[in-house]
Design a protein around this ligand. Structure first.
Ligand SMILES: [Zn+2]
Length: 64
């Protein structure tokens, strides 16, 4: 998925229908995945004009 495709998906997905996986972005901002729920591949959201992606189970500290 390209950045443009990711940004398009986040823009066209309502908050209620989005995945909302939490992630600590660079700068300690808490963001939530805004891709469609049950999406494949990495989580992602819009950060200003950029696409931000992260893998599942990363960003909230180490796994147990
Ligand atoms: Zn997600």
């Amino acid at each position: 998925m390209t950045d443009d495709e990711l940004l398009l998906e986040t823009d066209y997905t309502s908050y209620a229908n989005s995945c909302r996986d939490p992630h600590i972005a660079p700068g300690d901002d808490l963001v939530e995945c805004r891709r469609q729920r049950d999406h494949d591949d990495t989580h992602g959201t819009r950060a200003g004009g950029r696409a931000l992606r992260w893998l599942a189970h990363q960003g909230l500290g180490p796994l147990p």
